[in-house]
Design a protein around this ligand. Sequence first.
Ligand SMILES: [Zn+2]
Length: 197
Amino acid sequence: MRVNNIIECHHCGLFLKNKENYMKKKFLCPRCSSRLNYSKRHNLEAFYYAISSLLLFIILNIFPLISLDVNGLNLKATLYNTVFILLEQHFFLVSLVVFFTIFLAPILNSFIIILSVIQANTKIDFFTKTLLYDSFHFFKTWSFIEVFVISIIVTYIKLVGMLSSTKFDIGFYIMIAFLFCFYMSIIRFEDKNIFEA
Ligand SMILES: [Zn+2]
């Protein structure tokens, strides 16, 4: 009996022979009655969440995160602005780290999820499974977008005390939606299942 022909129930840990049979039909676990083709469905969800987060990321860069009025002057701060400002102030290394953790890592993380799900469901091979697996964990570790969201909130709290015109702009709310999709794609993506198949 081959090991890769065995399926494990995610809920009660029961091992079942003839994996293929269980994956095709809507088969329920004989012991606990939970669905066995769980992982395929979840990975497809991860795929949609990853696409949504990529789209939201593009839109979020168009709109400002925070806006405020200073002496009749309307100031707006967008996501890419922050990296630009750091560069202008000659914080080269800091801007590089910010660019990597806020732009590159989240985008590449979503791309890897999309590529992995396509690769698992078709015969197309973009990259080796090992490379996809390693890069998924690498970019997941290096995505610090939530730290950025917290820093935006802190900036808002500091500014609103001085200037009451300070307000969160559309970009900020899109960023929250992005963060939700981004994390859902990571949670739903079952790397162990997708790479062993
Ligand atoms: Zn079970």
